[in-house]
Structure formats: C-alpha cells, structure tokens
Design a protein around this ligand. Structure first.
Ligand code: ZN
Length: 379
C-alpha cells in the first residue's frame, strides 16, 4: 500500500503545519503534507459506514465510539456540517476526529488512512481485499448491506427548532413561569415556548416533515388510537441547546397539577440542559436536578447546567468543559437528591474536579423553592 499512498501524497502536496494544540501527538511529525481541505470534505457518512456504523437514511444509528455501549441510537451525522455527534457519550467532531477516536490513531496516521481509503489512490474495495479474511468479510458487509432501519429516536434539530419557533409562549404559560419567580429576561434567555393546540401542531408538523421523520425524532409516538403528538395542548417547551442546535425538548404542564408534569420526545436520550452556560469562563458552575432548578439558578445569578431523567449522567464533552472549575451540586432535599450529588461528586473526582454538595437553606426543598422564598412568592 505504501506506493499507492506515496502517489496520493505527491498529488496533494499542500504543506500544512500541524496544529499541535488541537491534535496532541501530532507534534513529532512536524510539517506533513496532507490535503486537509479534501480530507475534511470526505462525506462523514461514507467514513462512518467504513468504520462499521449502521446508519439510517437520516444519518442516525448506534454509537460505536470506544467506551460507549449504545443501546438506543444516539449517534448522528450531519451532512451539512460534515460532523458527527453522540448525544449519549457526547463525542463529536469531524471525519478526522471520528477516525482518530474509532481507530485510536494519531493525527498523521489518521490523515494517511483517510487519504488512502477515501481520496484518489486505492479504492475501498480493493483495499478490503487485502485484509485478513475475517476482517475483510466484516468490512465488506458493512459497505454493501444497507443499514438496518432503527426504531429508537434520534434528535432532529430542524424539526425541534421549527416546533419551538411555532410554539409561542402565551399568557397562561407566562403567568405560570412568573409564579415560579422567573423574570421576563430569564424566560426569554431560555427560549421557553408553549404548544398551542395539540392536534393542529401535529397536523402542521406532519405536513412539513412527514410522519416517519416525526416518529424517528420522538415527536410522534404510537398511542392507543394511532399516531399521537407527544406534547399536549398548552404545555411549556424547554429547549436543550447543544452547540447552537435544539437537541432536545422537554415539556411541562403550565400549572401546578401533578399528572404528566413533564413530557419528553419518545425514546430520546436527554442531553445536558443549558450546556451553553459552560461557554463562558465562570470559575464556579452549579449542577442541578432538572430544568426548573437550572432556570432558578440562572435567575439567582448562578451559571448552572442540569441533568434530567433517572439515568442522567454527564457526557464526556460536558465533563471536559467542567475541568478546572469549581462545581456546586444542588440536589433536591430527598434521598434521590443525595444519591444524585454523591454520584456526581464521584464522577467529577475521577477527572480531578472537586465538587461540593450545596445544602439548601431551610424551608426550601429545591432551588426553585429557595428562589420563590427569596422573592416572597410563597405563602
Ligand atoms: Zn456515544
């Protein structure tokens, strides 16, 4: 294969100085000759399939990144940006980063591998033919058999963004949020929306995206009487924005009723809520249980992220963003809240981040209670 690779490199003779700060381990190679523009433009779908991924037509599938045993497809590629994201483990990047992670190779070897396999020179098939029998059989299968359709949901940024934009907060929702102690600025900051009429919302969404697409992002699920929009009339919508995309939506009843208090897309794993709070360089960051407490923390002037759901955990990308900061954990005043805090302290200690569990002031069972006490909104 060396001769083929040599030929390819000769044709793409753009000198490139390794960005050593981004790609650790590449420094020893110094200046290398790769056509990085062409490498980064290799369709990420082709590369992912080459690496054994089974992807749906929409570009989603089970994550195969090392260390992540994905039960529900949480891996997603975006052809518009030619990047991948795993919404469960938080892995994300471009084609080079995908190959580096999957094959455990450094920057230079990865560029060489991508050039060999996907740019000019050797065709993938002839390359496969030179592999040992067992591996060759697997690779060929991955390339030639169409991906099996997966039925668990994956986020659909476009559909989620559209739904949020077409769900304007009305006075009932605004009044409810105000009763929780949230200011108009805070409500606008979190881009809280509100579902209008459930039936009409579903009708418009189906007309725009088609039923299959709404099913695959969890906005429509099978009910007793056929397909059903997951969010009922009047529910508040809280977007979970990751790198500028609406990656998840959680809906809340706009009143103090306790039945179906929170609803979410079907079979979709929630990412961290309010991760953009970590974009700024705050030295102390709070981690809260659930959406309401994160919004409360923001209202109280504390940058906070939130974990929702029984199996919520911090993904790698979020853990990375927490490095070098002080972390305060606000769990609810109950056994589950204590477990939440203990688990996080443990997880963060593993990456050398010290976290402390914050005790809520007396008379407050959660951060929102505390906020309302401070604002004189409780009896
Ligand atoms: Zn993953």
């Amino acid at each position: 294969m060396g001769d083929i690779a040599g030929g390819v490199f000769a044709r793409h003779s753009v000198a490139y100085l390794m960005p050593s700060t981004t790609y650790k381990g590449a420094t020893s190679a110094g200046r290398s000759k790769f056509d990085l523009t062409s490498i980064r433009a290799i369709p990420i779908r082709d590369v992912a399939i080459d690496l054994g991924y089974a992807l749906t037509a929409g570009g989603t599938g089970r994550c195969r990144l090392p260390g992540h045993e994905d039960r529900n497809p949480s891996f997603s590629i975006r052809s518009a940006t030619n990047r991948f994201t795993c919404f469960a483990c938080g892995g994300n990047g471009d084609v080079i980063e995908l190959v580096m992670k999957m094959r455990g190779t450094g920057f230079v070897d990865t560029c060489k591998w991508l050039t060999d396999r996907h740019l000019g020179g050797a065709s993938v098939r002839s390359w496969v033919g030179r592999r040992p029998a067992g591996k060759a059989a697997n690779a060929t299968r991955a390339l030639s058999v169409p991906a099996k359709e997966e039925h668990a949901a994956a986020p659909d940024y476009e559909a989620f963004e559209w739904l949020l934009l077409s769900s304007t907060l009305n006075s009932s929702g605004y009044n409810y949020l105000a009763s929780r102690g949230f200011s108009a600025e805070t409500i606008a900051h979190f881009r809280v929306g509100q579902i209008g009429d459930r039936g009409k919302a579903m009708q418009k969404a189906v007309a725009r995206f088609g039923l299959e697409r709404l099913r695959s992002c969890g906005l429509v699920c099978e009910g007793k009487f056929g397909d059903r929009f997951v969010f009922p009339t009047g529910y508040l919508l809280f977007p979970f924005i990751i790198d500028g995309n609406v990656a998840y939506l959680q809906a809340r009843r706009p009143d103090s009723g306790t039945q179906w208090r929170w609803l979410c897309p079907n079979s979709l794993i929630p990412p961290v809520f309010n991760r953009s709070a970590l974009a700024a360089g705050a030295t102390t960051v709070s981690i809260c249980e659930g959406v309401t407490d994160v919004v409360s923390a923001h209202e109280l002037g504390m940058p906070a992220i939130g974990l929702v759901g029984a199996n919520a955990r911090l993904d790698e990308a979020t853990l990375d963003l927490l490095r070098g900061r002080n972390v305060a954990i606000f769990g609810d005043r109950d056994p589950a809240g204590s477990r939440f805090a203990l688990h996080l302290i443990d997880r963060l200690a593993g990456i050398g981040v010290t976290a402390i569990s914050k005790r809520l002031p007396s008379g407050a069972d959660d951060l929102n209670d505390h906020l309302r006490n401070m604002r004189g909104l409780t009896a």
